[in-house]
Design a protein. Structure first.
Length: 367
């Protein structure tokens, strides 16, 4: 708990070419009514206040977003871990292009304060219009969708403006993974974490996606009896934090298997749709079939309870039995469906629960 006036001891922030002191930050107001800028100054106002915590909402991947409060000390500890891993120094330039109302954007502000970084903040939308940038940046964090749009519009040239590019907030889709193969993999990183841990607890280089996520120094990890991840470290105030993420742990490497909330119980067998999707992708790649957007879900079934189904946004060119090639019998897909759009949450993640609701009113296509 911070004592009265201790907020004044927090480092100032160098933002958009101005050094903003704690006293200035508590009175600062946005120059526009754009949501991201309003959120930025709301964050600074609260950060430099006597309140010892910051308020966020979880991503809502498996349900309604939940309100949580994070200790400022925990957020600072998380920031120091990132600064150390990427060897950022005072004066290093960083770019904020995520809305600070989300933990990914908020942590860029905290990293700037903790590391003495020179931070430039820009609107998250239409990033390609800012290029070529006026500076070379040592560090940027962005969503995979932002990186996808930049690559579509600028090719790989946009990456030359950055030394380290951290992607997070959601996983990389199969089409994005194919697209990102043209980018310099040594610059690109994927983060694994959650709002409750103040951003990432593990990182994975895009140059070696098969290796898994590397736990950051000081992070302890284990699994409970259901196979769900539990973590402990300074980012959890050294208490074990239980998650709903199913993982496989080998030494300091973590492989994400899916969410326990998303498991499908088919004939008494608990199945992770994410793992079935990965197997299908691997099988399609072996047969040189170009990747496309799809999802594995389930519908109610009198015999199995839940039956696995294949969902795409266009009629399946392959027969369903071809998709099932190489899958264990209990992972076989029983039907295929076409939906106009995949339901996404506010952070661009597939809303698997909503997808099941949509399928209740759909007729399957002919396998």
């Amino acid at each position: 708990m911070h004592g009265f006036g201790s907020w004044k001891l927090f480092p100032p922030i160098f933002l958009n070419g101005r050094l903003i002191s704690p006293e200035m930050a508590t009175k600062a107001t946005p120059s526009s009514d754009e949501n991201w800028e309003v959120a930025l100054f709301a964050f600074l106002n609260r950060w430099y206040s006597e309140t010892p915590t910051m308020e966020f909402f979880t991503s809502g991947t498996t349900g309604a977003p939940k309100r949580i409060e994070l200790s400022k000390d925990v957020m600072r500890a998380s920031a120091r871990q990132t600064i150390s891993f990427f060897q950022l120094e005072a004066g290093s330039r960083a770019l904020l292009c995520i809305n600070p109302q989300f933990i990914g954007g908020a942590m860029m502000l905290v990293r700037a304060m903790e590391g003495g970084l020179h931070l430039d903040a820009v609107a998250p939308q239409n990033l390609s219009e800012l290029f070529p940038l006026n500076h070379h940046y040592h560090f940027v964090a962005m969503a995979p969708l932002q990186a996808e749009k930049l690559t579509q519009q600028l090719g790989r040239s946009w990456t030359s403006s950055f030394q380290h590019i951290l992607l997070g907030g959601t996983g990389i889709s199969e089409s994005q993974q194919t697209m990102f193969e043209q980018l310099p993999a040594e610059k690109m990183w994927m983060g694994f974490g959650m709002t409750e841990t103040s951003s990432h607890i593990a990182l994975q280089s895009l140059s070696n996606l098969s290796k898994g996520f590397q736990l950051l120094p000081g992070i302890e990890a284990r699994t409970n009896e259901e196979g769900c991840l539990q973590v402990r470290g300074s980012i959890t105030e050294n208490k074990w934090l239980s998650t709903n993420d199913l993982v496989e742990l080998k030494s300091n490497l973590l492989t994400f298997l899916g969410r326990i909330d998303d498991q499908i119980n088919s004939g008494g067998v608990k199945i992770s749709p994410l793992q079935v999707e990965k197997m299908i992708l691997a099988n399609l790649e072996k047969r040189s079939i170009p990747p496309f957007e799809f999802a594995v879900s389930s519908v109610k079934d009198d015999s199995l309870g839940e039956a696995l189904v294949f969902v795409s946004q266009q009629k399946l060119a392959l027969k369903l039995k071809e998709v099932n090639v190489g899958l264990p019998a209990y992972n076989n897909l029983k039907k295929s469906y076409v939906v106009k759009n995949f339901p996404l949450n506010d952070q661009g993640k597939l809303n698997r629960k909503q997808l099941k609701v949509i399928l209740e009113s759909c007729l399957p296509t002919t396998p």
